[in-house]
Design a protein around this ligand. Structure first.
Ligand code: C2E
Ligand code: CA
Ligand code: CA
Length: 418
């Protein structure tokens, strides 16, 4: 049955792109207990192991006993990206390892055992179920070699990567508390080059590693849930900045990136309402940047939530527009204010005819739907000239300013205003 389920799981993973894992679990002390205490005790222990593994299963997953004290767990739906799937598989394996470490009570005696666990992920290039089992088995042996009671991945690179990610995640937990996170801002200008607002970008200055790029730590923060606190903090910073600008009569907008997990928080609308009230920031000047993938997931739910926020006065922007689904159907159903053309298109204008056509098409669609357009990643005057000629209202990129610390930027804006 395990082989059958594995075949189904691999086939399902290939179509759905949802990754899964095979965990090969082997007890470290079974042979001694079985030899010294007899088969009745051994059998009772195997039953308890089976029960513990079974109690950890999620619906749809499988646990099987392969032979002796070898068990295999087949788990699916670990997400579509390999890093996230590796992390999720490791968390399951860690739960299993901890559960099997708890002493076994058999006939009034307590017995202790640990387990060694090998993990391999699927689907991979043209691999059969036999290959997957062999890989997980090989990884389990490596775990034994390293001293038992351990977890190893089949792919060495995966092992290194997952370990590195977990280490970084631990550091990130401390980062916020220890003031290692900073808020930067990148100005946005109009066709005349006047600053009309700015986008807030998070920076992490790690005590040993130096600057860790957001492309590295934001996904970690998302996977671990840390993004919720970090995201709240950024929105608070945005509203504080708006209040300071307002106090000096400066009507600049502030954009802030909102990740999916943050947006889906039960009380997200409430939190925004509270921070607006506490700071007195004008909601019309707060722009929340979300991605297309966030919008598409649970479209009805998204629309309801966005509508509530728009009723507060807050505005929405689609970040990296053009790189995701770019379905025009959803654009008219959502209460949007702005589209941001992804820098990958901007950077090849005006030389590349395809990207030039894409940028012009986005501008045309946005024009019909009455959406503001921000072009990001503008680095050259030629790009800026082309965008302005094509009636793009708002530009952002190194040509006008690199991301800089928020405090200094605010001082400068406020200075200009008075
Ligand atoms: P993004 O929202 O698309 O941000 C724009 C990125 O483009 C920024 O990278 C910015 O520094 C970079 N950039 C701006 N102008 C230019 C240019 O002219 N040329 C080039 N090559 N790049 C330019 P950064 O700061 O590394 O941020 C990367 C991503 O991290 C952001 O992409 C955003 O998705 C995410 N991120 C940053 N801060 C936050 C945050 O507070 N919350 C969340 N959820 N995500 C964030
Ligand atoms: Ca953004
Ligand atoms: Ca972007």
């Amino acid at each position: 049955m395990l082989m059958d389920r594995m075949e189904q799981a691999v086939a399902a993973a290939q179509t759905s792109k949802q990754m899964g894992a095979v965990l090969f679990v082997d007890l470290d002390n079974f042979k001694q207990i079985n030899d010294a205490r007899g088969h009745t005790v051994g059998d009772a222990m195997l039953k308890q192991v089976a029960q513990r593994l079974f109690s950890l299963l999620r619906p749809g997953d499988t646990v099987a006993r392969l032979s002796g004290d070898e068990f295999v767990m087949l788990i699916g739906h670990l997400g579509t990206d390999i890093e996230g799937a590796g992390r999720a598989a490791l968390l399951v394996a860690e739960t299993v390892r901890a559960a099997l470490e708890v002493p076994y009570s058999i006939q009034t005696h307590l017995y202790s055992s640990t387990s060694s666990i090998g993990i391999t992920l699927f689907p991979k290039q043209a691999e059969g179920t036999e290959d997957l089992l062999r890989e997980a088995d090989t990884a389990m042996y490596r775990a034994k070699d390293m001293g038992r009671n351990r977890i190893r991945f089949y792919e060495a690179a995966m092992q290194a990567d997952v370990q590195e990610r977990l280490a970084l995640e631990q550091d990130l937990k401390k980062a916020a508390a220890e003031g290692q996170l900073a808020v930067y801002v990148q100005p946005q200008v109009n066709a005349l080059g006047a600053v009309v607002g700015g986008e807030l970008l998070m920076r992490w200055n790690h005590p040993e590693r130096g600057n860790v790029p957001p492309s590295r730590f934001i996904p970690l923060a998302e996977a671990s849930g840390l993004i919720l606190r970090m995201g709240d903090w950024m929105i608070g910073q945005a509203c504080d900045a708006l209040a300071k600008l307002q106090a000096q009569g400066q009507a600049l907008s502030i954009s802030v990136n909102v990740s999916e997990r943050q947006f889906r928080q039960e009380d997200f609308v409430e939190r925004i309402r509270n921070v607006l009230a506490a700071t007195g920031a004008k909601p019309e000047l707060l722009i929340l940047e979300v991605t297309e993938s966030l919008l598409i997931e649970n479209l009805d739910d998204t629309i309801a939530r966005m509508t509530e926020l728009v009723q507060l006065g807050v505005r929405f922007s689609i970040d990296d527009f053009g790189t995701g689904y770019s379905s025009l159907a959803y654009l008219k159903r959502l209460p949007l204010y702005e589209l941001k053309i992804d820098k990958s298109f901007v950077q090849d204008t005006p030389g590349d005819p395809n990207d030039t056509a894409i940028v012009q098409s986005i501008l045309a669609v946005a024009g019909h739907l009455k959406l503001r357009v921000v072009a990001e990643g503008v680095e050259t005057q030629a790009q800026a000239d082309f965008l302005i000629q094509s009636h793009c209202e708002c530009l952002q990129g190194y040509l006008f300013g690199r991301p800089q610390p928020l405090g200094a930027w605010l001082d400068k804006q406020i200075g200009l205003g008075t």
